[in-house]
Design a protein around this ligand. Structure first.
Ligand SMILES: NC(=O)c1ccc[n+]([C@@H]2O[C@H](COP(=O)([O-])OP(=O)(O)OC[C@H]3O[C@@H](n4cnc5c(N)ncnc54)[C@H](O)[C@@H]3O)[C@@H](O)[C@H]2O)c1
Length: 250
């Protein structure tokens, strides 16, 4: 089975590096026209340029998705430049690794803004256009931390748990409009974010992975590409862990 996203427009947030860049690449390889969005213009430009050099369709956009005004403007700009958005992947995220009681008010708010508020703003604005067009795929990148908790990452886990609840609720609310919403939930994945994780947490986590390896960004991107495809049209409100078996949740 060859999955095809020919003719689809996909917006991937935080796709200037790591998991997001792998998702942008796979969606583009499947035929989608990809809006590569990142806070860092050079990162978005670099990914879009690499994909274009391979003859794929990609365009760079700069946006801070924690700002509702910036997200509204991004939705309009992408639609005008590339076309109405068929697939949106909310991939932006930031974990941190600090004891809960040591966190400042500012750190807690920043984690909520980056992981949860950004996802809400993008889902609201892009979702409204999907409802109007009676079609759309929302794929939110959660984390197994949001399914089973993670010591040292309490706020991160809380925000990812909230992303899962948001996704399930949108799946229920928007099914009648032809819009599906699902989560892909990475475990430990080999990205710069993983590189910043402390050695203590790294070894604890790896010991708990039944498949005994760190996930690659491409592992996550395969799951996203499937959920974005026509072949996944009967799947909504689900959370797919891509984590080497780190968590096995009913
Ligand atoms: N890497 C892991 O082990 C792991 C595990 C579980 C879940 N995840 C989730 O996967 C997703 C991607 O993680 P990653 O490891 O690739 O992250 P990363 O830090 O490597 O990349 C994130 C990208 O998002 C961009 N970004 C950050 N804030 C932004 C903002 N406000 N607006 C726009 N862009 C912004 C950054 O510039 C960066 O290019 C996140 O949601 C993360 O929580 C990662």
């Amino acid at each position: 089975m060859q999955l095809s996203l020919e003719g689809r427009v996909a917006l991937v947030t935080g796709s200037g590096q790591g998991i997001g860049a792998a998702i942008a690449a796979q969606l583009a390889h499947a035929g989608a026209h990809v809006a590569v969005c990142d806070l860092q213009p050079d990162r978005a430009d670099g990914v879009a340029r690499d994909l274009s050099a391979q003859g794929l369709r990609a365009r760079a956009f700069t946006c801070d998705v924690t700002s509702p005004e910036a997200v509204a403007s991004l939705t309009r700009t992408v639609t005008a430049a590339v076309g109405p958005i068929d697939i949106v992947v909310n991939n932006v995220g930031w974990a941190g690794d600090d004891p809960f009681v040591s966190l400042s008010d500012e750190q807690i708010r920043r984690l909520v803004d980056v992981n949860l508020m950004s996802t809400m703003f993008v889902c609201r604005d892009v979702g409204a256009t999907m409802i109007e067009r009676r079609a759309g795929r929302i794929i939110n990148i959660a984390s197994d931390a949001g399914r089973v908790g993670s010591g040292g990452q309490a706020v991160y886990a809380a925000t990812k748990g909230a992303v899962i609840a948001l996704t399930k609720s949108l799946a229920r609310e928007w099914a009648k409009h032809g819009v599906t919403a699902n989560c892909v939930s990475p475990g430990i994945t080999d990205t710069p974010l993983w590189g910043e994780t402390s050695e203590r947490i790294k070894s604890l986590l790896l010991a708990a992975v039944p498949l005994k390896r760190v996930g690659q960004p491409a592992d996550i991107a395969y799951a996203v590409t499937f959920l974005a495809s026509e072949e996944a049209s009967y799947i909504t409100g689900q959370v797919l862990s891509v984590s080497g078996g780190l968590s096995m949740v009913d």
